[in-house]
Design a protein around this ligand. Structure first.
Ligand code: HAS
Length: 542
């Protein structure tokens, strides 16, 4: 691996894990502050901590990790090294993102941006928080353009060849990110910044929420797709097998590009101001976006079973016996996959209009995203770290670190079992999400939620130990013994059919994606803009 590119990757991964550490501390503290066990100085309260936890974990940790990981794979699969200009774009993106993150986090920690990680109106933050976010997004764009440029150059020098699977997936991920972030950029630049500076008095709340969720849902696939890249491309190599089908993997990513954006209304099913027809349409599209995940599950089972049979395993589940259970590079992502089965089922419940009425705005939803992003995705990212850092720094994973990695994975799963399990259950009893305990203290129902809160706190504490161990592991990996670690890119099975060239035809897929977005959003957006409703000073209500 090119060690100069390795430095860019390492810089991203280090910031990601620092964010995980500070976000983890904020996560633990918010539980203690919420329950009244601890009082912090300088007025740092529940909402400040919850915002810091959400922003650092869900936005900063993920974005940095993803860019670091994708840049490493692009460097490795598209020519063995980044073009000098792409390397520079990577650093420029990194610098802008880091200035933005520092500004945003400073605003959150000083209590000037307690607006939660879903920062839509009517909650208002300091304009500098939004400026920080804008820098983070623009930085990520520049990094994304670097990825597009590297592939464009590769295609020019490899006429008629189909792009490597990893690179194809990286480009789709960033294409999706590019299209999706236009919504949040519009919200921040046109609505939130002028409003928070006081240049305008009112804000169209419905529009702000809609633009946020236009971005907010694809955001979750921006987290998931790099995890899928590991499951499709890396895991087959680590288990000593092959990718079941290159074409199927590409098709599932194309479907994710098409269907992950025009579905934001499934976060707004309980909101007035959007007619039921448009909600219905977007729920149908939500069920379409489940299809590529089902294809992924199918492909993974096929990879595992065929690999198992090649190694002599018999029966439907014989493959389980031949898996490298003691290898953390497999173990952590595998548990991520396993947990994605109930996590995804929870998503289907959320997406069903009637059931959404039961779970919306309750701790069930918090439980859902702690299983999806904080377990399936996070464990996969942890699993990647154990080979990525050694590969890009010219070091090797030792047996001790591998063992610590396995222990870390188990701690994470146990902590999440208690925390997310209790969140799901108490959510069904109506416990609200993101609400300080003082708001409902004395309420008859609140007393019955207490035992579940205790389990959430136990789980949260176990998870905090997991964060500490993971951060320790990262720094241990950076000082690991020198050596050569292979960058594990899998190959497709020989009997798989050749990948059709049309899957590599970007113009078709981008046009289709834009068409679907226009169909799903034009009329409701026009409606929101033309009939903004009337309301109290400061914001417009519906
Ligand atoms: Fe979600 C809310 C619907 C997936 C994250 N989601 C959220 C929020 C977040 C989030 C952060 O429709 C909260 C936002 C907020 O703060 O308000 N979600 C879905 C649906 C899916 C889904 C339909 N979500 C995700 C993923 C996330 C994520 C992935 C992060 C990474 N979600 C919703 C809805 C809401 C929502 C509503 C709004 C709720 C409300 O009212 O506020 C689907 O994409 C899920 C499909 C997944 C599957 C599983 C496939 C399984 C696989 C694993 C195979 C395993 C193997 C191993 C091979 C169908 C691929 C097997 C081994 C053995 C030994 C058996």
């Amino acid at each position: 691996f090119d060690l100069k590119d390795g430095k860019l990757v390492v810089a991203h991964i280090i910031v990601a894990f620092i964010a995980l550490l500070i976000g983890g501390i904020a996560g633990l503290l918010q539980t203690l502050v919420k329950s009244g066990t601890v009082k912090l100085p300088y007025g740092i309260g529940y909402y400040e901590l919850l915002t810091a936890h959400g922003v650092l974990m869900a936005i900063v940790f993920t974005t940095y990790f993803i860019i670091g990981f994708l840049y490493s794979g692009i460097s490795y699969t598209l020519g063995g090294k980044l073009l000098p200009i792409v390397n520079r774009m990577g650093w420029l993106g990194f610098a802008l993102m880091t200035v933005g993150t520092a500004l945003g986090v400073a605003m959150v920690l000083t209590g000037k941006a307690s607006v939660l990680y879903t920062f839509y109106a009517p909650m208002k933050a300091s304009p500098y928080f939004y400026i920080g976010l804008a820098l983070l997004v623009v930085g990520s764009w520049i990094s994304g353009w670097g990825i597009f440029y590297q592939l464009k150059y590769w295609k020019k020098t490899h006429q008629g060849k189909i792009s490597p699977l990893f690179a194809f997936m990286a480009v789709i991920t960033f294409l999706m990110w590019q299209i999706a972030t236009i919504g949040v950029a519009a919200e921040v630049l046109i609505q939130l910044i002028p409003w928070s500076f006081g240049w305008v008095e009112t804000i169209n709340v419905m529009l702000s929420r809609t633009l946020f969720w236009y971005f907010g849902h694809p955001l979750v696939y921006f987290w998931l797709m790099p995890a899928y890249m590991c499951w499709y491309v890396i895991i087959p190599k680590i288990i000593g097998g092959k990718i079941y089908s290159d074409a199927l993997a590409r098709l599932s990513f194309i479907l994710l590009l098409l269907f992950s954006i025009p579905v934001g209304f499934h976060h707004q099913l309980m909101e007035p101001g959007i007619s039921s027809f448009w909600k219905y349409l977007q729920v149908v599209l939500t069920f379409m976006v489940v299809v590529p995940s089902l294809m992924t599950a199918f492909s993974l089972f096929a990879t595992f079973e065929i690999n198992g049979r090649a190694k002599g395993a018999k029966g439907l589940f014989g493959w389980i016996k031949v898996m490298p259970w003691k290898d953390v590079r497999f173990f952590a992502p595998f548990l991520g996959m396993l947990i994605f089965i109930p996590a995804g089922a929870g998503g289907l419940i959320n997406a069903s209009n009637q059931m959404n009425a039961v779970v919306h705005n309750t701790l069930w939803v918090t439980g859902h995203f702690h299983l999806t992003v904080a377990t399936s995705v996070a464990l996969t990212f942890f699993g990647i770290t154990y080979w990525l850092l050694p590969a890009v720094t010219g070091r090797v994973l030792t047996k001790r670190m591998n063992k610590l990695g396995i222990i870390q994975t188990i701690i994470w799963c146990v902590g999440m079992f208690f925390m997310s399990g209790a969140m799901h259950l108490v959510g069904l009893f109506g416990a609200p999400r993101r609400t300080a305990f003082t708001t409902y203290e004395g309420n008859a129902d609140a007393a019955s939620w207490m035992p579940y809160y205790v389990f959430m706190a136990i789980g949260g504490t176990i998870l905090f130990i997991g964060v500490l161990l993971m951060v320790y592991n990262v720094f241990a990996l950076l000082r690991a013994p020198k050596g050569v670690t292979e960058y594990p890119i899998g190959e497709a099975m020989e009997q798989a059919e050749a990948t059709p060239a049309y899957l590599d035809r970007w113009s078709v897929w981008i046009s289709l994606s834009v068409a679907l977005i226009l169909i799903a959003y034009t009329v409701p957006l026009m409606d929101m803009i033309m009939h903004p409703g009337v309301g109290s000073k400061g914001f417009i209500t519906w």
